[in-house]
Design a protein around this ligand. Sequence first.
Ligand code: SAH
Length: 371
Amino acid sequence: MRFTPEKPPLTGETLETLTARLKEQGEPAFRAQQILEWVYKKRARRWEDMTNISKKLRTWLADTFDLMPANLLFDKQSQDVTDKLLLELRDRSLIETVIIRAPQEGVGLEHSRKTICISTQVGCAMACAFCASGLAGLKRDLSAGEIVAQLLQVCYREDASTQRARDELASFDNIVVMGMGEPLANYDALIRALTILNAPWGLGFGARRITISTSGLVPKILKLAEEPMGFRLAISLHGATDEVREKIMPVNKAFPLAKLLPAVKTFSEKHGRMVTLEFILIEDVNDSIDQAGELRDIARDLHAHVNLIPYNTVEGLPWKRPSIERQEEFADVLRAARLPVTLRREKGHDIDAACGQLRLKTEKDREALTV
Ligand code: SAH
């Protein structure tokens, strides 16, 4: 499912594709580099800002491309650890991009990490039983340009509030592809967007600081393992046996653990980097000590880092997070095996806006903006 806008976003062009388009116009090759420098380094918000580009070419560019395909509707700064940007796309779809300042607990470092969480689809088709993003199903894939636009919007915001160097997303530690949607179900747009994000002529953000989170699309994990850019991988496991996992994640029927785990192993061997296993703790669903034992064995075999996440309640869904005692007992099983494990402890419920929790409250959000 795609949306074809009147004009393609400039933020979806690579140096190569833009050079080719400009060549057709009889423009020299260096012109593409100049234009992209305006977009990513100087953060031009209007075509007329591009002062070393001729008026004629600027007119052609304006007729041909959309400079920024996402408008910032709302910038919600929270009291706590997350800020949320609500963006409106050309077809009026709404997406959210989240900025998280997370104190690093569990690894002994008392510094705050800054992470940007981006979306790859409007809605989601995976239908995980506990997740808000998939409640209304999939509306459409985002284009590469729309994915990149989320990061540029974060840059605009940073530029406005700080004096820091403008040439990269330098102040952020990580970018996680954990917002709305299943990134690997929108593979080509994802890779193109991450190429732009990573490229020196783009946002220059290191591949090793980019984590892609997937519910477990095995063929795409294997494909990702072949990509030259070394992205990090996180797997939404959430069940350590097929019996438990398939109750909450329909994707497990097509790709059960016997297929998923070897694919994850292939990925981590290829990249020589630890994969993260995400495990949301949901009371009486996957929080038994047996599950902890199974998870320990999986993590040990994969040399994976385990990220335990106490479930965030979602309005309209019956699931709950276990007690703190139960969370600790569960974590202790992994700790006893000396496995790298993090148990996320959030402050307050503001984190409800965190990634993995992005709900398409389209109408409600829009109403709130018009009052
Ligand atoms: N589709 C991808 C990325 C988006 S979800 C994936 O499945 O990995 C990002 C993470 O948030 C996933 O691990 C997801 O399972 C988790 N998540 C979803 N709903 C949640 C909730 N209510 N509380 C805590 N984590 C949640």
